[in-house]
Design a protein. Sequence first.
Length: 168
Amino acid sequence: MTVHISFEDLEKYLKSHLFLFSMLVLLAASLITRYIVFDIGLYFWVSYLLLGLSLGAGSIRFGRLLRRNTPLRPILIILIAAALPLIAAGFDQLFLNTTLRFTGPVSISIANISATAQWLTSPDGGMYRSTHLSATSDLLWFIAIAYMLVLFFISQVRRKRPDNLATA
């Protein structure tokens, strides 16, 4: 017996099981966030701020999208949720490879994570990047998950305000 699943079948299944779909979106965003923060490392405050803003905006947008009766593209939404945290990592890597070359070392310490990056010169005159990342707790990851869930549920519960409010 052969199991043949097409993207259309998968999308129909996810549309009919919104709780599973929502959990897959949360799982994709949170696992990529954990990988970026604890394995690749973020070395600038701006990158953490960008990560928080993109996760928050994505959670609110996803909550509003599920509240409406619009056609969903579940696989595309899961891919976007997984790619959203990569924006902060891309910005961080771009900054590490451009601006940091001409400045001194940068160091950050937040929620049991410390990261240091600097460009050094080898004895033969070549430059290389030296980074150090130390994470002793998953606290930041749990905070990010709670942050996404709270914003998602707020966007689900919050009623739409009428556009034509009468003022007295």
